[in-house]
Design a protein around this ligand. Structure first.
Ligand code: NAD
Ligand code: 4PL
Length: 244
């Protein structure tokens, strides 16, 4: 990578919550950040605040992914960093998970990673450089109940990191996962997930509610030049709730 040029980062699901905090952190480090979200108006608001570029993108839609990645390359010429953050964060007991809901969670949380990563690694591979982070979850460590489909996709995203590290390393690309614990994002605060704080905060080593800006610095490190020797790994960022 030519170090004089501005690095370009694509963050999916960046209209709010953890994705927005990551977008803001990477912009503060001098990157041009593409704020991509199915909520195009929300993406616009965040991108205006951080001097980025907004894209309306449903990561589970193959045509949209192809179009938007093509636009980014046309407009910005490169993609150095990809953060796979977009996900549905459901709270549904196993008995109530319909096959339709199961498929939708697989489609956004897992197919979405395939579609965006497959398109972006083709570009990074030609450039001989790339940094990818999947936002997983410590639910894969804790086995958190009432979101089995979600936990399964987060485990899959960690499996993908382990498998792809070996294939992408020779192309100059690192890929890692960041696994947050419960975080007070707009999504979590808008539903029954918020009740989880009462149970989880006492188990944390640091006893306060996590916020999106608690997660962003770990992502910024893993996509930095300094993390060249780290790939295929999962970094748990959960105030010590789980320890592995
Ligand atoms: P959130 O619900 O607040 O925000 C998610 C964003 O993703 C929204 O802006 C939404 O519009 C977008 N999105 C949803 N479907 C999309 C699609 N098909 N295409 C593109 N964008 C889409 O969520 P959050 O809590 O900030 O979570 C962000 C990431 O962090 C997710 O991967 C989640 O699994 C992970 N995570 C969250 C927590 C937590 O407690 N909040 C904990 C661990 C991991
Ligand atoms: C511990 O990833 O890791 C609730 C909601 N509680 O999405 C998560 C914990 C949630 C989590 C998560």
């Amino acid at each position: 990578m030519a170090k004089t040029e501005q690095r370009v980062a694509l963050v999916t699901g960046a209209a709010q919550g953890i994705g927005a905090a990551i977008a803001e952190e990477l912009a503060a480090e001098g990157m041009k950040v593409v704020v991509a979200d199915i909520n195009g108006a929300g993406a616009q608001t965040v991108s205006q605040r951080i001097g980025g570029v907004a894209k309306t993108l449903d990561v589970s839609n193959p045509e949209q992914v192809a179009t938007v990645i093509g636009e980014i390359v046309d407009e910005l010429g490169r993609i150095d960093v990809l953060v796979n953050n977009a996900a549905l964060v459901p709270l549904t007991p196993w008995a109530d998970i319909s096959f339709e809901e199961w498929r939708r969670v697989m489609s956004v949380n897992l197919d979405g990673i395939y579609l965006v990563t497959h398109a972006v690694t083709a570009i990074m591979g030609k450039a001989g450089y790339g940094r990818i982070v999947n936002i997983a979850s410590n639910t894969f460590v804790a086995g958190t109940p009432d979101c089995a489909h979600y936990v399964a996709t987060k485990g899959a995203s960690i499996g993908l990191v382990r498998a792809l590290a070996g294939e992408l390393g020779p192309l100059g690309i690192t890929i890692n996962a960041v696994a947050p614990g419960i975080i007070a994002s707009e999504g979590v605060l808008s539903g029954a997930h918020q009740n989880g704080f009462d149970y989880v905060v006492p188990m944390q080593a640091i006893k306060r509610r996590g916020v999106p800006s608690d997660v962003a610095p770990a992502v910024a490190f893993l996509v930095s030049e300094k993390a060249e020797w780290i790939t295929g790994q999962t970094l748990v960022v959960d105030a010590g709730h789980t320890r592995n």
